[in-house]
Write a protein that binds this ligand. Structure first.
Ligand SMILES: NC(=O)c1ccc[n+]([C@@H]2O[C@H](COP(=O)([O-])OP(=O)(O)OC[C@H]3O[C@@H](n4cnc5c(N)ncnc54)[C@H](OP(=O)(O)O)[C@@H]3O)[C@@H](O)[C@H]2O)c1
Length: 241
């Protein structure tokens, strides 16, 4: 299925590598202009792949620099993929307030600010697609994932409320919930780990498999999908005891 014909310009947070890069490549292949943010530029180069340097762990600051980048050029995104994320493992009694704040900022607060801004522009043009990349940790956090899971749950709940408020204004808001995916984010955790007993399909997923779900929400025939979730976890949620 092709992308919706009105999609010309996208903002992908954390588009430099991993899931965000896989989504960006799909969009670029479809002729979309992709603005992506990260702290360091991607090694992937394309004339329509535009880097915006931003640290979304900084509030205020990160989201504002992206908004400035668009407004100075008089541009608006048709698609916002809230993908950038950060995780710092810590058991609850050992949590450091700085890491708590950074995880809340990058996974939730900065995206709340970006959605608020982008949705205003999208509603004016009566078209927009917002997709959040969450985590199974929002639904069943493991030990050490309390803040990360809570931040992703915050993002999910916020996007559900957005779906309700923006329905009827041409703007859809949906969520993709990955399980274990092979990216730099998870490489330490996955190193040497056998997933055959944990994940029903017996392996970790690829960034492209998550990108497929994100792009489904951007399809020509996806206008009636809002407030929805696609879980891309190889059946992990079914196997959690
Ligand atoms: N991989 C998994 O197993 C898995 C599972 C569940 C959910 N997820 C979620 O999937 C999303 C994408 O992760 P990934 O696996 O693709 O990880 P990744 O390969 O490490 O990519 C993360 C992206 O986010 C950017 N980023 C990280 N911190 C940032 C910050 N403070 N400000 C701006 N950009 C930042 C990174 O660029 P810079 O470092 O240059 O800033 C990079 O572009 C995340 O939200 C993650 O929580 C991943």
């Amino acid at each position: 299925m092709g992308l919706h014909r009105r999609i010309r310009r996208a903002l992908v947070t954390g588009g430099s590598r991993g899931i965000g890069l896989a989504v960006s490549r799909r969009l670029l292949d479809a002729g979309v202009e992709v603005h992506y943010c990260s702290r360091t530029p991607s090694s992937h180069k394309h004339e329509r792949f535009i880097h915006v340097r931003a640290d979304l762990a900084c509030v205020p600051g990160g989201a504002e620099s992206i908004i400035r980048h668009f407004s100075q050029q008089g541009l608006a995104p048709d698609v916002l993929v809230c993908n950038a994320g950060g995780f710092h493992a810590a058991l609850i009694p050992r949590q450091d307030d700085r890491f708590v704040q950074e995880q809340m900022n990058v996974n939730f607060i900065s995206h709340l600010c970006l959605v608020r801004w982008a949705a205003g522009l999208m509603m004016m043009q009566r078209f927009g697609r917002i997709v959040g990349v969450s985590s199974t940790a929002a639904h069943f956090p493991a030990a050490g994932q309390s803040v990360y899971g809570a931040a992703k749950a915050g993002l999910e709940t916020f996007l559900k409320a957005c779906a309700l408020e923006f329905a009827g204004k041409g703007v859809t808001c949906n969520r993709v919930v990955p399980g274990y995916i092979h990216t730099r984010f998870s490489e330490d955790y996955l190193a040497g780990r056998n997933l055959k007993k944990t994940v029903p399909v017996g392996r970790a997923g690829s960034p492209e498999e998550v990108a497929e779900a994100v792009c489904f929400f951007l399809g020509e025939n996806s206008s009636y999908l809002t407030g929805a979730q696609i879980t891309v976890d190889g059946g992990l949620a079914l196997a959690v005891k």
